[in-house]
Design a protein around this ligand. Structure first.
Ligand code: AHR
Length: 328
């Protein structure tokens, strides 16, 4: 692909306008001569709802630096699709070289991505996916196999059931789902059900949404504990909701984790949660790798060299339970 080089002047003018609104995290200054050669990337991030998200943003900012040849315009959508559509239109009008974005939900992107395509700007999806009729509206998606993450949660529970000889008992499960319509929510739920639906003794009591935040996780778990007296397993689709749910269990005098009343299965495996796995407060944490910056950098470099890149680029991840810390 022909190497695109846009003048930064118009981009910086836009940043100057928007920085007053607190939308962009860029330093606005007159570009030095060599900055004219930087690859301009507009990045619309979902928000800052979780520890995972903060790490994901940092990973991308650490790789797409001026030293590495990039000029990154960062925009925080604060969980709103309308903000992301606005960001993308602004990136188009400023003729950035690439648009990078993590869609808050999967649906509703056809029109704005068609506009990007007509403007000749490649779109790279990060973390979450879009549900569009025409897959040529984006160049590549870089993220996790979240259906597999959901399956891994189910497989762990299958093994837990076997080890504890619970096959003949009813296992009562609650699932805290993340943001409605988000890829991570849809796919983790789907993957978990692929395993759970084969077990007649697993009863999913409820699967409410809790938006991937600690506050909502606590609020929803509090209600679930009031409603259902004998929950055996909590499947919580991210660590932040798990932190909230653990607080709710503490408040109800319910012991969570290994040898507790409720087994806890979490997702993300951020450092703060892995400490709780080590302590036995969380039984297992299915990793969702936030360190996507290097993959994005390599993809952009390949595109700059005119190479064809894979449509789907999947990051590596693993599952953590106490055996990881005991070296079993
Ligand atoms: O899409 C990835 C999910 O979004 C992470 O699991 C969660 O923590 C984040 O908010």
């Amino acid at each position: 692909m022909k190497k695109l080089r846009r003048s930064l002047t118009a981009v910086l003018f836009l940043c100057l306008l928007l920085s007053g609104c607190g939308m962009f995290d860029v330093d606005v200054e007159e570009p030095a001569k060599e900055e004219e050669d930087l690859i301009v990337v507009g990045f619309s991030q979902v928000g800052s709802e979780s520890v995972w998200r903060t790490k994901n943003t940092a990973s991308i900012q650490e790789e797409l630096t001026q030293e590495n040849g990039f000029f990154l315009i960062f925009a925080n959508a604060r969980q709103k699709q309308e903000n992301q559509i606005k960001h993308i239109r602004e990136f188009i009008s400023q003729r950035v070289d690439y648009i990078l974005f993590s869609p808050v939900t999967e649906e509703g992107w056809d029109t704005v991505l068609q506009e990007a395509k007509e403007a000749g700007i490649p779109v790279i999806l990060v973390d979450r996916k879009v549900d569009v009729a025409d897959s040529s509206l984006y160049t590549a998606w870089i993220g996790s196999d979240m259906t597999e993450e959901g399956r891994q949660a189910g497989l762990w529970l299958e093994n837990y059931e076997k080890e504890n000889q619970l096959e003949s008992q009813q296992i009562e499960i609650v699932v805290l789902q993340g943001t409605e319509g988000a890829t991570s929510t849809i796919e983790r739920t789907k993957g978990f059900h692929q395993i759970a639906d084969a077990h007649e003794n697993w009863v999913i009591l409820e699967e409410p949404y809790a938006d991937y935040t600690t506050a909502k996780g606590e609020e929803v778990m509090d209600r679930l504990l009031d409603t259902y007296p004998s929950i055996d397993v909590l499947i919580s689709q991210n660590d932040d909701m798990t932190f909230g749910a653990l607080q709710a269990m503490d408040d109800h005098g319910i012991k969570a984790g290994v040898d507790g009343d409720v087994a806890v299965v979490s997702f993300d495996a951020v450092d703060e949660a892995l400490k709780l796995v080590k302590q036995g407060r969380i039984n297992v944490d299915v990793e969702c790798n936030p360190l996507q910056g290097p993959y994005i950098w390599m993809t952009l470099e390949a595109l700059e060299r005119g190479e064809t890149v894979s449509k789907n680029i999947v990051v590596k991840e693993r599952v953590y339970d106490q055996s990881f810390f005991s070296g079993r």
